[in-house]
Write a protein that binds this ligand. Structure first.
Ligand SMILES: Nc1ncnc2c1ncn2[C@@H]1O[C@H](COP(=O)(O)OP(=O)(O)OP(=O)(O)O)[C@@H](O)[C@H]1O
Ligand SMILES: [Mg+2]
Length: 218
């Protein structure tokens, strides 16, 4: 599903990634842990096509995504990858339902179809009666679940999450962890999650340890 070979990245003279190899299978929940500055976010952004590597290959769903540029890249990312970040990045002027729908509208899917799927997802995430709320009228845990629904609207092959529970209290963090596992169990959703949360790492199928710009063997 996701294969990376020899991924390197420099920021000026600083080599942040020194040849990362990894493989994620469809339906796996894999976490990445490592100390601050180890390069976890840099790697996640590159794997998710939000940033370019200096060298190396990345295949997602059998396609060489590192070779994509411009509009085809943006279209590929919108359809095939979902993202959840530490801060939800919901658009404040739009309701929860609209925020979830936006990537579907961008993809050109029929408006009614997108809305039906968004409602289904929000219902599944326990947010049916919060659909019309704007982000400021949602709790932190609810905002993050809306962000998860938005990540899933186009049925991506993989969801990339960068410290998704980093801004939540332990009860909401716990709920989100279980949510990821349920999404995997019920829909076979694949996740790659950067986390400092040991509980979340322990619930995943595999944990990759990043150290000194590489995935360390453990
Ligand atoms: N745009 C940038 N320009 C220059 N240096 C950068 C840039 N982004 C990240 N870095 C540096 O690259 C290194 C890795 O950063 P990265 O954000 O990937 O770490 P991380 O493992 O996600 O850390 P954290 O756990 O604190 O989020 C750090 O030393 C950071 O200062
Ligand atoms: Mg980071």
């Amino acid at each position: 599903m996701l294969v990376a070979k020899g991924v390197t990245k420099f920021y000026g003279k600083l080599q942040v990634l020194k040849g990362v190899d990894l493989m994620i299978k469809s339906g796996e929940v894999v976490s990445i842990v490592g100390s601050s500055g180890a390069g976890k976010s840099t790697l996640l952004h590159i794997l998710g096509t939000l940033d370019h590597a200096d060298s190396g290959e990345i295949q997602l769903g059998g396609r060489r995504v590192d070779l994509l540029k411009g509009k085809p890249l943006a279209a590929f990312r919108n359809l095939h990858a979902g993202f959840v970040f530490q801060f939800h990045h919901l658009l404040p002027e739009f309701t929860a339902l609209e925020n979830v729908c936006i990537p579907g509208w961008i993809a050109g899917t029929k408006k009614k179809e997108v809305e039906a799927r968004a409602k289904e997802l929000l219902g599944w995430l326990g947010l049916r009666d919060r659909e019309e709320n704007k982000p400021s009228a949602l709790s932190g845990g609810e905002q993050q679940r809306v962000a998860v629904a938005r990540a899933l609207i186009n049925r991506p092959e993989i969801v990339f999450a960068d410290e998704p529970t980093g801004n939540l209290d332990s009860a909401n963090a716990n709920e989100l962890h279980h949510l990821f596992i349920r999404l995997r169990q019920e829909f076979g959703q694949t996740f790659l999650i950067v986390t400092h949360n040991e509980e979340l790492a322990s619930m995943s199928d595999r944990t990759l340890h990043m150290k000194d710009g590489r995935i360390a063997d453990v």
